[in-house]
Design a protein around this ligand. Structure first.
Ligand code: SF4
Ligand code: SF4
Length: 96
């Protein structure tokens, strides 16, 4: 059975604004790096059918479960989020 993720996304929307860095999502780039599926509430309009690379659960099960524990994977994801926020001058208390 899949373990439940401890990773909590606060819907800041930053990762969905970095498509210039993600070649797998280039078809969704509206031209400035922002995903065409990101709505004004920083939510994904195609969430239930989002691409594989946007689905952390799927990515873990398919590619990372044999390489690291769920806790390690969640920690990595949290670190990437914080780095992204830090680069964009958003602190840990940032909320929508
Ligand atoms: S950067 Fe992290 S917290 Fe912000 S929307 Fe993406 S996954 Fe969620
Ligand atoms: S498809 Fe959805 S989750 Fe993926 S980058 Fe676009 S808005 Fe974000």
């Amino acid at each position: 059975m899949a373990s439940k993720s401890a990773f909590k996304c606060d819907c800041c929307g930053l990762c969905c604004r970095q498509l210039k860095r993600v070649p797998q999502l280039s078809a969704f780039d509206r031209g400035d790096g922002v995903c065409i599926n990101l709505n004004k509430q920083n939510r994904c309009n195609v969430y239930t059918n989002r691409p594989e690379i946007c689905n952390t659960e799927l990515m873990y099960q398919r590619y990372f479960a044999s390489k690291m524990t769920r806790e390690e994977y969640d920690l990595l994801n949290m670190q990437i989020c914080q780095e992204l926020k830090s680069c964009n001058k958003m602190d840990k208390s940032f909320k929508r």
